[in-house]
Design a binder for this molecule. Structure first.
Ligand SMILES: Cc1cc2nc3c(=O)[nH]c(=O)nc-3n(C[C@H](O)[C@H](O)[C@H](O)COP(=O)(O)OP(=O)(O)OC[C@H]3O[C@@H](n4cnc5c(N)ncnc54)[C@H](O)[C@@H]3O)c2cc1C
Length: 382
């Protein structure tokens, strides 16, 4: 028998994240969502104390020394309560920290990863630009060598944690003629002259997370801020996204579960025609489909996380998990609103917020169309 159950230690982690999120996140969700408020003190401070900002980072770099299964469990539990918290941790960990951990030299890992893992620093990761999203290889931001330094010019867009990040990883063109082999990654500290966060996006959902423009105007970086080899930035970014897409699958899973649980509870309380609406077969079938699809999404997500923990390449499996889980989350949030009827449209109930929040999952870190491209490419490779 294939054992897909969590170990005792993993269950304990799941339980402690669940309890912490119910206590520290849930009471403030509506207010943070309404005010578009990034609750750095309470939420990030609390997660740092619990070690949730470096779950999968080795202990020698300040992390908890656990694996991706534990990291996915954490994102899933946080997102069950509030997807905004899930995406903040996902961008910080699986994108920023992971890129430095994967491509950085020992000095960079000691200098940045250890502070990111303990929560002393907040991280962000910038690949997307105003004119290059799905086609990330066509990025325009430039990095030109001048003396012993690099000079960065350009704009990144839609960057999670952009206003609050202490350290950012960005991808820029170092050799335009070499196309995707001419892109390189750089670490930028927030106070570097020539760098500033720009427009704060006013979003449909995940409003308690920050999404920002990053502006670079003659931003001078010392040579040692090049991350990985010159020209390897795009390839490394794709490797980072193999892990990042598992994060978005976990974010989707958490929100799908939250939307399902809200619908299940409501269906037992709400009476029409003299009985709970859960007595109607139409509602039962919706609940049955939601629970089945969430379970299938969880299996795909956990498979890719455990493959990553085993050191295997997960390009195909990460994309399958991200594609399926995000589309399941959108369907579940839609059905949750439907089961709530008119109350699903009202902000007093959680269904409305899940409905707005989940849509990001079919877009961020590669749209559903791009996931299908990646999957098909892998299938047709041989
Ligand atoms: C809330 C939020 C947070 C984000 N956080 C980050 C972050 O932290 N870091 C970061 O770098 N980026 C981030 N992003 C950017 C995100 O990854 C991009 O929005 C996404 O990759 C899509 O790019 P685009 O928006 O430019 O859409 P486009 O690429 O312009 O796509 C538009 C449409 O065309 C489709 N399309 C494009 N190419 C093809 C094709 N070849 N075949 C079929 N269909 C195609 C797409 O699927 C989509 O439906 C974030 C975005 C949001 C909204």
């Amino acid at each position: 028998m294939i054992d897909l159950s969590l170990t005792e230690e993993q269950r304990l982690l799941e339980q402690s994240v669940r309890e912490w999120a119910a206590r520290e996140v849930a009471p403030f969700i509506r207010d943070n969502d309404r005010r578009h408020h990034f609750d750095r003190e309470r939420i990030l401070g609390g997660m740092a104390k619990l070690g949730l900002l470096g779950v999968s980072v080795p202990q020698e770099y300040g992390g908890a020394g656990m694996g991706y299964v534990e990291y996915v469990t954490t994102i899933d539990e946080l997102s069950r309560i509030d997807g905004s918290v899930g995406i903040i941790v996902a961008a910080h960990t699986s994108l920023c920290s992971n890129h430095i951990f994967l491509a950085g030299n020992e000095t960079q890992k000691k200098k940045y990863v250890s502070k990111l893992a303990t929560g002393e620093y907040i991280g962000a990761w910038g690949l997307t630009e105003p004119s290059s999203g799905s086609d990330a290889g066509s990025a325009r931001m430039s990095a030109v060598r001048k003396g012993g330094n690099w000079v960065l010019n350009g704009t990144k867009t839609f960057i999670t944690n952009g206003h609050y990040a202490d350290v950012l990883v960005v991808i820029a063109v170092t050799d335009r003629a070499a196309h995707t082999h001419g892109l390189s990654a750089f670490v930028v500290e927030k106070d570097t002259k020539g760098f500033r966060p720009g427009k704060k996006e006013n979003k449909l959902g995940l409003r308690a997370s920050d999404t920002a423009e990053l502006i670079f105007e003659d931003c001078v970086l010392p040579a040692e801020n090049l991350l990985g080899k010159e020209g390897d930035g795009f390839i490394d970014a794709m490797r980072v996204l193999d892990g990042g897409r598992i994060s978005i699958a976990a974010l989707s899973l958490g929100m799908a579960q939250g939307a399902y649980e809200a619908a299940l509870k409501y269906s037992k309380q709400r009476k029409q025609f003299g009985k709970p609406i859960s007595d109607f077969q139409a509602i039962q079938w919706k609940l049955a489909d939601m629970a089945t699809e969430i379970d299938a999404a969880r299996l795909l997500t956990m498979r890719s996380a455990s493959m990553k923990d085993a050191g295997m390449k997960t390009t195909l499996e990460s994309s399958m998990a991200k594609l399926y889980a995000s589309e399941v989350a959108v369907r579940c949030a839609n059905e949750s609103v439907q089961i709530h009827g008119g109350y699903g449209f009202i902000k007093d109930y959680p269904a409305e917020k899940f409905y707005r929040d989940v849509k990001l999952c079919t877009i961020g870190e590669g749209t559903s169309e791009v996931q299908r491209l990646v999957i098909a490419r892998q299938l047709l490779r041989d």
